[in-house]
Design a protein around this ligand. Structure first.
Ligand code: WT7
Length: 581
């Protein structure tokens, strides 16, 4: 029997109090995610249980118990407090998936600051934009990544402290601090910051169509959503060995690679080395992984390497599989059923929702290609594209929308109240964030299109905007275009997603060149590297098309939609508003 049991019954009897019951949490207890994921598990007598099984490149492997997690997160909390970091300050975590990432995340929360995880493959420009936006006070990084911080530090007056947590202490500069938590004395006690449900916890940056990325702010109350979904959707039990393949630079890696599972006292494994099919299968085999949460791009990459390699490994420990981040194609579901004897269960959610929203549940019939049904307690619908009224007819395509008020919902976009408000249908112009969260008849609009069938299953159609989803990672076309026009040869640029067999979409750039520059393979490579270094490998265009001019509206705005439609072989639509095509 699965944790969720009967989906219908859970929907009927639903209360978020069930999350508190599962954690055996009593009213009046401290609500601090850092402590809930470490101290509390130890207090319940499970301190000796492995919390983190970590493997890196080569044969590097370490195992940490919940007692270790407690002491090392205390170590970071104490260290940050001694540095003068205040509750509410933003502390950025900028490192690969090393153990200190996990310790520092909990440590930051324990001392009341806001954790701002950033993907370590980000280049200096991606980093700078996000640190400047958040007014980040301190950054924790490693020798490997600190160079990017040095490049932008002088432009970030609010960034007071740079901490290097791993690598060579001799290479740390005078204006930086070296701190290796495992080398120092164990910190057995730390007075955890008395956070409440609405105390900010995590700030995740996410890309939109227009403008620079926005910081989605979460609060400690999110733990109820993350714990209950981890229990009912991932079906985590006490003896599981769970593997979430996501990087905590993205929300999946924090909500389900840290908070959900550890709040339940589950053993997690982390693989901090690049993807190869055999490495992944070996990791599952060696660690006897039972529950696996991954992404369609990874599944398609495994699929491409064929069935033969699967048989070289003993993957019989696997018991439940789930996926997130992009549409999970029916072939991938069917394939996993054949080779693993288990079907991947698709889940849909976003940085903004903080936890899973529409899912396939253990025990419920999977319709391959469907995202499943709303999580119990979540009211979901699709809204008419024009009128924004909920659609009644099965199969009609509309905007996915949720009734606000679930515990892990983001509380604001950092310093962008108008953009936050614009995500809600029916919100008065002067509505405060608090009212938007609790307002009875509003809808939070996700920015995705879907239809609902007669059985209540949701079917993803596509995004309602130009944001590019490459391998489950969102990249904003505006960010890429802004970086492209900084290249000496480029006059104008447009970035769109183009179809890709494994990554669903990859970035394609259309550019016009400045006088004196000619298209060449060399220039193409130079532009690609320019973007890879400044932004990230994800944002790097896989193709660059040179044009004499780009399609524009009469007012001079580049029409990305037109270029995207061309790439996807779709109807180009009404061109009468374009001035020169
Ligand atoms: C966007 C959110 C929260 C998970 C990591 C991504 C797309 C997410 C699915 C799915 C089709 C999906 C949507 C969504 N997406 N899950 N199961 N099927 N599309 O978080 O970076 O905020 O991206 O990813 O477009 O809006 P994110």
């Amino acid at each position: 029997m699965s944790n969720i049991g009967s989906y219908e019954k859970r929907v009927e009897d639903f209360s978020w109090d069930t999350a508190r019951e599962i954690l055996n949490w009593k009213e009046g207890e401290l609500l601090n995610i850092g402590a809930i994921c470490s101290d509390r598990i130890c207090r319940m007598g499970r301190g000796d249980k492995p919390a983190l099984i970590w493997e890196g490149f080569g044969d590097r492997r370490s195992v940490y118990t919940f007692e270790d997690l407690r002491a090392y997160s205390n170590g970071f909390a104490r260290f940050l407090k001694d540095l003068g970091i205040q509750p509410g300050d933003r502390v950025c975590i900028f490192m690969d998936k090393i153990p200190s990432l996990y310790f520092s995340f909990l440590g930051i929360l324990k001392m009341g600051a806001i954790a701002q995880p950033l993907f370590s493959a980000f280049g200096d420009e991606s980093l700078e934009v996000r640190l400047a936006s958040a007014g980040t006070k301190a950054i924790l990084t490693t020798s490997k990544h600190v160079k990017k911080v040095r490049k932008v530090r002088e432009r970030l007056p609010e960034l007071k402290t740079v901490v290097v947590v791993e690598g060579n202490p001799d290479r740390v500069r005078e204006d930086e601090v070296f701190f290796d938590v495992e080398a120092g004395p164990r910190v057995d006690t730390f007075e955890v910051y008395p956070s409440g449900p609405e105390t900010p916890s995590v700030l995740h940056y996410t890309s939109g169509t227009t403008g620079q990325p926005k910081g989605a702010l979460h609060v400690h109350n999110s733990v109820w959503g993350q714990a209950l979904t981890a229990s009912w959707v991932l079906d985590l039990r006490d003896d599981d060995v769970y593997w979430c393949t996501a990087d905590p630079g993205w929300v999946t890696g924090t909500s389900y690679g840290i908070i959900g599972p550890w709040s339940l006292g589950i053993t997690q494994c982390v693989l901090d080395s690049g993807f190869t099919t055999s490495r992944w299968y070996r990791f599952i085999q060696d660690n006897r992984v039972t529950v696996w949460y991954s992404a369609p791009t990874a599944i398609r990459a495994l699929m491409k390497d064929g069935d033969e390699v699967v048989r070289n490994y003993d993957l019989s420990s696997l018991r439940h599989l789930a996926s997130v981040g992009e549409p999970l194609n029916p072939e991938a579901v069917i394939w996993s059923g054949e080779v693993f004897g288990l079907k991947f269960h698709d889940t849909f959610w976003q940085t903004e929702t903080g936890a899973m929203m529409i899912c396939n549940y253990p025990g419920m019939e999977i319709k391959p290609g469907s995202m499943g049904k709303p999580f119990p307690g979540i009211e979901a619908t699709v809204l008419d594209l024009a009128t924004h009224e909920p659609l009644q007819d099965p199969g009609k395509v509309g905007l996915i929308a949720f009734r606000p008020g679930w515990p892990s919902m983001f509380r604001e976009y950092w310093k962008k109240p108008d953009v936050y408000r614009s995500k809600f249908v029916g919100a008065p112009d002067d509505a405060m964030p608090e009212e938007l969260r609790t307002g009875g008849d509003l809808w939070y609009v996700s920015g995705d299109r879907a239809s609902i069938d007669a059985d209540g299953y949701f079917w993803f159609v596509g995004r309602d905007d130009d944001v590019i989803n490459t391998g489950g990672h969102l990249v904003g076309p505006f960010e890429i275009e802004s970086a492209l026009v900084e290249h000496e040869a480029i006059a104008e640029a447009a970035a769109v997603g183009k179809p890709d067999e494994v990554n669903m979409e990859v970035v394609k750039a259309f550019v016009t060149l400045k006088p004196g520059y000619e298209p060449s393979d060399e220039l193409e490579l130079d532009i690609m590297n320019f973007i890879r270094k400044r932004l990230s490998p994800l944002a790097m265009p896989q193709e660059i098309e040179y044009r004499d001019r780009l399609p524009k509206t009469r007012s001079g705005k580049i029409v990305r939609r037109y270029l995207k439609a061309l790439e996807w072989g779709e109807e180009v639509g009404d061109l009468s508003t374009l001035s020169d095509e």
